[in-house]
Design a binder for this molecule. Sequence first.
Ligand code: R5P
Length: 287
Amino acid sequence: MLIIGCSNSRKLAKKVAKNIKAEYSALTVKKFPDGELYIKFEADLKNKEVILVQTLYPANESLLEIILAGHTAKELGAKKIKLVIPYLAYIRQDKRFNPGEAVSSKIIGKLLNFFDEIITIDPHLHRYKSLNEVFHTKTKNLTANQLIMDYISKKYKKPMIVGPDEESYQWAKQIAEKIKADVAILKKTRYSPKKVKVKIESKIEIKNKEVIIIDDIISTGKTILKTIEHIKKNNPKSISVIGIHGIFADKITYEKIRKNTKEIATTNTISNKHAKIDVTGLIANSL
Ligand code: R5P
């Protein structure tokens, strides 16, 4: 087995290779002066089971890189090619919300179906019930929920879990139930990619509680920030944030989140300075 670290997941890929004692090689990626991508494998791929590891943030160039790499690996004689995508971008675009829009997730699925297997962590399955609605190739859908539970259990005595919207139940509610913590799932209305509103539907007691907001993706951070602002009115003891995929695309929002929280923790599906929950073992076991 040969693990290939693509440009956005080299560190993680290296750790996975070490964990399963597999050969590791980094994919060389450069840019031509006009912006076109250049990729080159440095290891011999012939007759090997090749695992490409690449998170899809930033989404577009990362995607093009794995399409070039995957096809090249086939041409170079790889026996089998698996793609590990720690964070699967584009999956939220799972329907035509407005006439004329692309259902991007399905199109991305078609582009990646030539891989023998696709492994990903906590994809945002909302309207889709399974990855089989996106990909026709073999897939594995891993979850970091257990790692998050372990993290919370080590650091918090009696936290209260808050999910910012109905879609967060797969993470917030399931984690809360397993660690036997109180949970509140808020109602979110999204007006645009950067404008969201959240509200607490039922009467819940937040006063003096150690609140942990859990969501799958922290993208602009607006969902988390609105949740923090809403919860703060109820005088909690502290507010922490745990996200699986930490993008933090909007720096001003990020700063506001940081200033208003006891801590921010994410997994390392996307490398960022809050990536305290390590998914190496999760990926390694799936291989
Ligand atoms: C969608 O429902 C997801 O679970 C996240 O809540 C959402 O993607 C977060 O996006 P943002 O950080 O841009 O508000």
